[in-house]
Write a protein that binds this ligand. Structure first.
Ligand SMILES: [Zn+2]
Length: 168
């Protein structure tokens, strides 16, 4: 696989490996597209680096719209698997179901201007079932990697780590 243009894999200050910008990205600019492999909920696979697409959130650009009714797991199979979480991320991931190819298209867009050397991050927004402690270091860190809408469902041990009380 080729290297993602304008991006490099490095040791991250946040966790493990990370991806840093080797050029500037303007707010709204697409940073990269991911490559991945599709799995379904009831299959045995390693979901460590999978994007989880909830059935209600999956967009499709094609009509008619036979989007899957189940959650999809798109295992990132390129450098995008090293993108770290931040509670104050500089990018956002978007994904689209592509019926004709029976797969997912996913891409990361800059939420603000990104300078050379900055680590690219996005909000993993885990569901409560897979939430984990967060060490992203952002001033607005929630203390837990979790979708703010799912905070009320967190188990007690994670709820105690929260630095915010609830969604909104
Ligand atoms: Zn955080």
């Amino acid at each position: 696989m080729g290297r993602l243009e304008g991006l490099a894999v490095v040791r991250s200050r946040i966790h493990g490996y990370g991806i840093v910008a080797q050029r500037r990205f303007a707010a709204g600019e697409v940073i990269c597209f991911g490559d991945g492999v599709l799995w379904e909920d009831d299959e045995e696979f390693d979901d460590t680096y999978a994007l989880i697409l909830h059935s209600g959130d999956v967009r499709t650009g094609e009509a008619p719209d036979p989007r899957p009714q189940r959650d999809l797991f798109w295992d990132l199979a390129d450098q995008t698997r090293w993108l770290n979480h931040s509670c104050d991320p500089n990018s956002v991931v978007e994904a689209k179901w592509v019926p004709s190819q029976h797969t997912v298209d996913a891409w990361w867009t800059a939420r603000r201007d990104i300078e050379i050397g900055e680590e690219i991050t996005y909000d993993y927004a885990f569901s409560a079932a897979v939430a984990e402690p967060c060490y992203c270091g952002a001033a607005s860190c929630r203390g837990v990697i979790v979708d703010p809408e799912d905070i009320d469902k967190l188990p007690d041990d994670l709820r105690r780590r929260l630095t915010i009380k609830r969604a909104g």
